[in-house]
Design a protein around this ligand. Structure first.
Ligand code: SAH
Length: 218
């Protein structure tokens, strides 16, 4: 076990170096990625590939996000002005992005539509001792109205257009980071202008995410 741990520490170091080369620059984010095992979010048969910079299958046709995109989106969340007391994640998946965010924000709320994925993620986060996360089995396209407003919202699944519900649930100056589109997707950053109903959108870069689907799976 010790051997495995040592190896993954070194390979994680290399992974962090790659993320820096690709432009991820927030040191807090890089530090959390450096100290978070990624292999525990994969089935054993795939765990040896955990530190490659690629997305990897987690079952149910879903994927663990690529480390670069996790770093990039997390640093956008952290760029939100003001506090990060309450943050919403749409698409828990394996829980890897969840575990990174949980170490950097106050209270994290994470919504997943596929029950078995949620159950596994919940257990992994409990095993890691991360206790500031609440999970919901629901269609995250509607956000999590009873827990709103959120200082930041991160979606790990791509809708064709930004759901109005997610915008509505942003706190004043809150930031939404979300992939948008079908075959061709772009990462969007949307900021609520003060406490108004005006939203400022910036299109950042092409990305490839699984689609945001409606309804839930038991
Ligand atoms: N960041 C995650 C990525 C998971 S892939 C990880 O690193 O593991 C995206 C996830 O979004 C999938 O688990 C998928 O089931 C979920 N998803 C898709 N549409 C959704 C919706 N409407 N509500 C909640 N989760 C959704």
């Amino acid at each position: 076990m010790q051997g495995v741990g040592m190896t993954s520490q070194r390979t994680r170091e290399r992974m962090v170096q790659r993320l820096m080369d690709q432009g991820v620059s927030n040191l807090e984010v890089l530090d959390v990625i450096r100290n978070t095992p990624r292999h525990i979010f994969l089935d054993e048969a795939l765990s040896h590939r955990a530190y490659e910079d690629s997305s990897l299958p987690i079952g149910f046709g879903q994927t663990l996000s690529q480390p670069y995109i996790v770093g990039r989106m997390t640093e956008i969340v952290l760029s939100a002005s003001g506090s990060l007391d309450r943050v919403l994640e749409v698409g828990t998946g394996s829980g890897y992005q969840t575990s990174i965010l949980a170490q950097l924000v106050g209270q994290l709320f994470s919504v997943e539509r596929i029950k078995p994925l949620q159950d596994k993620a919940r257990k992994r986060l409990r095993d890691m001792g991360l206790r500031n996360v609440e999970f919901s089995h629901a269609d995250g396209g509607f956000g999590w109205p009873s827990k709103a407003p959120f200082n930041a919202i991160l979606s790990a699944a791509a809708p064709r257009i930004v759901p109005q519900e997610l915008l509505n649930q942003l706190a004043p100056n809150g930031v939404l980071v979300i992939p948008v589109g079908a075959e061709e997707q772009q990462l969007h950053m949307v900021i609520r202008d003060g406490d108004s109903d005006k939203f400022i959108t910036q299109i950042l870069e092409p990305v490839k995410f699984v689609p945001l689907l409606s309804g839930i799976t038991r």
